[in-house]
Ligand binder design. Structure first.
Ligand SMILES: CC(=O)N[C@H]1[C@@H](OP(=O)(O)OP(=O)(O)OC[C@H]2O[C@@H](n3ccc(=O)[nH]c3=O)[C@H](O)[C@@H]2O)O[C@H](CO)[C@@H](O)[C@@H]1O
Length: 374
């Protein structure tokens, strides 16, 4: 028999949904039923997300200054809140947990109005806008990279880390095996759930600048946005490179486990996964990210010595080639970074977050929960 329903709310991008999914697996193991409320991208997760049902309620952002657009958004939010209220009254969840993104605003507001316990998980080192708006109303906030003290809501924040998928935890069992002179060197290049156009042009040029000995050692996995696939495939063929190229790799955990170096953006789950598995990384924060959350996530891992951060404006194919030449000849340095990254990893985040969900659902305060952990 189910211990009760937990309603998870997440904006429809991988950045919000993947941590919610990791928590969902954990809660199901503990005997809860899970429902997900998200936006119109819900069908992407159908059959994959371990929820009894996936619900969509209307939502909108208020980004525009145009009064007609603002009125329309407010109306959509109002309808979303009414729909969310009906959903919560029907499901009677023991708690509603928001993972950020504007589609979480109606369900979380509805939960607080109905007196249902509610909490947030913020994946990034900087709080997103939806979470910032909801933070004063919820009972607790779990943070992927948020500090437990000194932040705006430190009295109710717990640094759980970002829950990672079971496949990532399995990959974390594999030790880092350095690639020495003459041995294959696995390089994984990726953007995030949507890919990163920057690497499509920069990587092939960088690789063309390497000497033949290093280029022969490279085995590349590169996530490439669909519109760039043909161009990057052509470059790889011209360079006679061994490269796996795709818009999205479903076996990313396994690829990260085998990587000798990762070059990527610094979305919250990306950074958390790299540190849980323990692989050295060059992080290139997405320069147009709202509130520069990616720069802050990257800085958190770089501070441990597990990664190097380079802002895109200071990066070039020449610099990538120079970094590759240097580190491919210095396996000890990469092994040191891998160890530092692993030390910073939080493989127990999903467990801790599930403990927190159970405690808040049972009416405990954050300070009471913290005391049980001490
Ligand atoms: C442009 C933008 O606004 N990005 C935001 C978005 O990033 P984004 O949605 O890219 O989020 P993350 O980096 O957090 O997660 C990407 C996920 O996709 C997976 N993956 C990626 C490529 C692939 O081929 N296969 C695969 O499985 C990664 O392993 C990771 O689990 O949400 C994050 C979490 O709120 C934020 O930190 C980012 O700033």
């Amino acid at each position: 028999m189910s211990k009760g329903i937990v309603l998870l709310a997440a904006g429809g991008t991988g950045g919000h949904v993947f941590p919610a999914e990791a928590l969902a697996f954990k809660l199901k193991e503990r005997g809860y039923s899970v429902h997900l409320v998200t936006d119109s991208r819900a069908e992407r997760y159908a059959g994959k997300f371990p929820a009894e049902e996936i619900h969509v309620v209307p939502s909108a952002t208020i980004g525009s200054k145009n009064p007609v657009a603002v009125a329309r958004s407010l109306w959509t939010l109002w309808s979303g809140m009414r729909a969310a209220k009906r959903l919560i009254q029907r499901l009677k969840p023991v708690i509603v947990v928001g993972f950020g993104g504007y589609p979480t605003v109606p369900p979380l507001l509805a939960a607080t109005r109905l007196g249902v316990p509610s909490m947030l998980h913020e994946q990034n080192a900087v709080m997103g806008r939806a979470n910032k708006a909801l933070a004063p109303r919820v009972k607790a906030i779990a943070g992927g990279f948020l500090p437990e003290s000194g932040g705006a809501f430190s009295d109710k924040t717990i640094a759980t880390g970002n829950p990672v998928r079971p496949a990532i935890l399995a990959a974390a069992e594999q030790p880092y095996l350095p690639s020495r002179a003459g041995e294959p060197f696995n390089l994984v290049v990726f953007g995030g759930s949507q890919g990163a156009q920057y690497f499509s042009k920069a990587m092939p040029t960088a690789i063309s600048l390497l000497d033949d000995v290093l280029r022969d050692r490279l085995r590349i996995t590169q996530q490439v946005r669909p519109e760039d696939m043909e161009m990057v495939r052509g470059c790889a063929a011209q360079l006679q490179m061994s490269a796996d190229i795709a818009p999205f790799f479903n076996d990313m955990a396994e690829r990260l486990a085998k990587a000798h170096l990762v070059i990527c953006r610094s979305g919250a789950s990306t950074v958390s996964e790299i540190s849980v598995i323990g692989r050295p990384a060059v992080l290139v924060p997405y320069p147009h990210a709202l509130d520069h959350d990616q720069a802050a996530n990257a800085a958190a891992l770089a501070a441990t010595g597990g990664a190097k951060v380079i802002v895109q404006a200071e990066l070039s194919p020449e610099r990538i080639a120079s970094i590759l030449s240097h580190v491919m000849n210095d396996p000890e340095k990469l092994a040191g970074m891998a160890a530092a990254a692993k030390l910073a990893g939080k493989p127990d985040a999903a467990n801790l977050l599930a403990d927190m969900v159970e405690a808040i659902a049972a009416g405990k305060t954050v300070s009471e929960f913290k005391r049980t952990r001490a």
